[in-house]
Design a protein around this ligand. Structure first.
Ligand SMILES: NC(=O)c1ccc[n+]([C@@H]2O[C@H](COP(=O)([O-])OP(=O)(O)OC[C@H]3O[C@@H](n4cnc5c(N)ncnc54)[C@H](O)[C@@H]3O)[C@@H](O)[C@H]2O)c1
Ligand SMILES: O=C(O)C(=O)C[C@@H](O)[C@H](O)[C@H](O)COP(=O)(O)O
Ligand SMILES: [Zn+2]
Length: 381
């Protein structure tokens, strides 16, 4: 275990152990109040530029500025429209332009204040601005607190697919204030929960079993929520520290994503299907595909689907509103997956709950046949 953990009252600090790029994830219900001091210590005298979305800025912008006040000068606050459609070239150009207008220098810091969309977009902007400035993740959605703010994957989507343009650029600090989640919509909380459950499904069956019994407390807030977030961050920190650039085992964090990203791209990166929902459907499909290949017991797929459905997540392609793509359309999108090697598909498969593994050279014919079986509704194309 390379991720260090320090327990602090009603919260926790997890270290992402990456040598000269190591950083802390500060987790807790009042973590935001410490941001000014942490940023001032990280880059004494530096200015910061805040990138947020309109919803988060309106709800929590004043608290962020109060946390920075008297410690750090805010050079600019840049907002983008909420939602996945902001992870695009046009918004990247606008954000980078605004950072240059504010004369953000190499020694300054960008603060990504929002969900995973803002984190991925602002992180990518920071990666390319003046060939790289440091940034701080202040994640405000459950998904961002348990997954996207950690690990340094940044980027945008294109019509070709999800996150196809981007860079590995680690944050200098992550501050996850769990109280900010109180304003998150139930739908977005559920979407983030899919990535929480993912950590149990990858290699922590005891965590998955705990979630099956305690998810209501996680949704309600309090210690169970903090425990779920800290456990997720520890798991992600451990994987990232061992394989920063996804040369091998980091691909496990992609469980459910090869299918999920294809459905998201087909939906046009709209609110019709948000990332966590696509991951929920994709994880059930990953279990189903593994069962079809004789690698795992079909009962495990049922158990996963039962739990995700219990919290209100979609679990089948037919749950996606607005019609389904054809298997051929999905195969086209899957061929763009970043795990493809010399044209061959790579999938994260399972031998059971908590027993995920990476399989290269998965035959396209097997994937297509499986998709045809699972696209129960009439395709729209
Ligand atoms: N880089 C990574 O490792 C990684 C990991 C997982 C997901 N992602 C990416 O993250 C994105 C999804 O992130 P997301 O689910 O946070 O979506 P998001 O950023 O769109 O946030 C979801 C919605 O919640 C709102 N919101 C955020 N915080 C809020 C708060 N505290 N109160 C009220 N509303 C709030 C936002 O305005 C938005 O409408 C996808 O683009 C996905 O690809 C990246
Ligand atoms: O951090 C990772 O590695 C992940 O795979 C986490 C995923 O939850 C996340 O959605 C990530 O952005 C997907 O990565 P990608 O390389 O498939 O775009
Ligand atoms: Zn994801």
């Amino acid at each position: 275990m390379t991720a260090e953990t320090r327990t602090v009252p009603s919260g926790e600090t997890v270290r992402v152990d990456l040598g000269e790029r190591a950083y802390d994830i500060v987790i807790g219900p009042n973590a935001l109040s410490g941001l000014g001091g942490l940023v001032a210590a990280l880059a004494p005298g530096a200015r910061v530029a805040v990138v947020s979305d309109e919803t988060v800025e309106k709800l929590h912008g004043p608290a962020l500025r109060a946390a920075l006040s008297g410690r750090v000068e805010v050079a600019a606050t840049i907002t983008v429209p909420p939602g996945e459609s902001s992870k695009c070239f046009a918004e990247l150009e606008r954000v980078v332009g605004a950072l240059l207008d504010a004369r953000v220098e190499r020694g300054d810091l960008v603060i990504a204040f929002g969900g995973g969309v803002v984190g991925d977009l602002a992180g990518f902007a920071a990666a390319v601005l003046r060939r790289g400035v440091r940034y701080v993740q202040v994640p405000t959605s459950l998904l961002a607190q348990v997954d996207s703010s950690v690990g340094g994957k940044t980027g945008i989507d294109t019509a070709h697919g999800k996150n196809l343009i981007g860079a590995f650029h680690q944050p200098a600090l992550v501050v996850a204030d769990t109280a900010l989640l109180d304003t998150l919509s139930p739908r977005e909380f559920r979407a983030g929960y899919a990535e929480v459950a993912k950590y149990g499904l990858i290699d922590d069956p005891a965590f998955f079993a705990w979630l099956e019994g305690s998810w209501r407390e996680v949704f309600a807030g309090g210690p169970a929520r903090i425990r779920a977030i800290a456990t997720s961050c520890r798991a992600k920190a451990r994987v990232v520290a061992a394989d920063e650039r996804e040369a091998g085992q980091r691909a496990l964090l992609n469980l459910g994503h090869t299918f999920g990203h294809a459905f998201e791209a087909d939906a046009g990166f709209t609110g019709r299907l948000v990332h966590g929902e696509a991951v929920a459907i994709g994880m059930v499909l990953a279990f189903g595909f593994s069962a079809k290949l004789g690698l795992c017991d079909p009962a495990d797929e049922d158990r996963v689907a039962r739990h995700l459905a219990a919290v209100g997540l979609p679990t089948r392609p037919s749950h996606i509103e607005g019609g389904l793509p054809s298997a051929d359309r999905l195969m086209d999108l899957i061929r763009q997956d970043k795990k493809v090697e010399r044209g061959n598909l790579t999938f994260v498969l399972v031998e059971g709950i908590g027993k995920a593994f990476v399989r290269k050279d998965v035959p396209e014919t097997a994937v297509r046949e499986f998709l045809l079986e699972r696209l129960e509704s009439r395709p729209k194309s």
